[in-house]
Design a protein around this ligand. Structure first.
Ligand code: FES
Ligand SMILES: [Fe+2]
Length: 321
């Protein structure tokens, strides 16, 4: 994992008011809860008393109550009450505090700060220039037995299109890979497929290719967008579970008609398409070895793997920072 980043870990709708959700993200067992006022909290899913999962407890007003012996914690993990000691107790109970994590919400996404809380930036990664409130979206999720780096690389891979997606987005047998042009600007990595049918020509260098209107974008650490056109996009956030598992949240954003109910209907069809394509990718990506990709590896990359090389380089740089 890259430290000191906001990771998109769940859709906001996954944690309802007055509910607790236990999830594993970034190798951590987390209990996320929303109090009656809708405010979100996140603590380690392990009680300081005798280790029970706090996510099995309940929300009591502003507090999270452990299901085992009723210890209560505030959204910052501070122990507020120990029923067995009685209401009259004035003893210092700070040693029962549990670790809390910083979470924020925007764009219908729960972001988790993985790093030192003092270093937390205010900027939550998203494609703000491309997607605004005029869009509606549909969403699906799926679990892949893959490290999130592999899932991301797959979404930047233009070489796989005519093989993995031969009957969908990669039809036409365009096996020859021109470029692709790849750029990294304003913290967004962008590339676009420029593949062609092989009639014996030499593939164009990336310098002779350009970023096309339909293009692929990625923001570190884990959000990707297919900019299909100015009215439709696919966004995926790859929530890292652990070193071998990822949950993908795939959204189809649409403002084709600017009538929200109609756009929602269209987005529903987009979701069906997303599912078909996602299944094609998943079948292959989960087989990749080793599970985690790396800049220095034994893999023998191709010219067309340029976006993947760039992803690995930047990832390495951010990890070393
Ligand atoms: S284990 Fe949580 S209160 Fe005892
Ligand atoms: Fe694919």
């Amino acid at each position: 994992m890259i430290l000191n980043q906001w990771y998109a870990i769940l859709p906001s709708t996954a944690v309802k008011t007055h509910h607790i959700v236990g999830v594993k993200r970034l190798n951590l067992d987390l209990a996320l809860f929303r109090n009656d006022n809708g405010k979100l909290g996140c603590v380690i899913d392990q009680c300081s008393h005798r280790g029970a999962a706090l996510s099995k407890g309940k929300v009591k007003g502003d507090h999270l109550q452990c299901p085992f012996h009723g210890l209560e914690f505030d959204p910052k993990g501070k122990c507020m009450f120990i029923p067995a000691n009685g209401k009259a107790s004035t003893a210092d109970i700070s040693r029962y505090n549990v670790k809390h994590y910083l979470v924020k919400e925007a764009n219908g996404i729960i972001y988790f700060w993985y790093g030192d809380i003092e270093n937390a930036s205010n900027k939550l990664p998203f494609f703000y220039d491309s997607i605004d409130d005029s869009y509606v979206y549909s969403e699906m999720e799926d679990h892949w037995h893959s490290h999130y780096s592999r899932c991301i690389e797959n979404q930047l891979d233009v070489v796989h299109l005519p093989f993995v997606h031969h009957n969908t987005i990669g039809r036409g047998h365009k096996t020859l890979v021109n470029g692709p042009m790849t750029q990294y600007e304003d913290e967004i990595l962008t590339t676009s497929a420029n593949n062609a049918v092989d009639v014996g020509q030499t593939p164009k260098s990336h310098l002779d290719c350009e970023i096309r209107d339909t293009n692929l974008n990625f923001i570190f650490p884990n959000i990707w967008m297919n900019h299909i056109n100015h009215r439709m996009k696919v966004v995926i956030f790859f929530a890292p579970v652990d070193d071998e598992n990822t949950v993908l949240y795939i959204r189809f954003y649409c403002k084709l008609t600017n009538i929200k109910s109609l756009d929602r209907f269209i987005a529903g069809f987009g979701k069906i398409g997303n599912r078909i394509i996602e299944r094609q990718d998943k079948r292959i990506v989960i087989t990749q070895k080793p599970k985690i990709s790396a800049l220095k590896s034994k893999e023998k990359l191709l010219k067309g793997d340029r976006p993947i090389i760039m992803y690995r380089r930047i990832r390495e740089e951010l990890k070393n920072r």
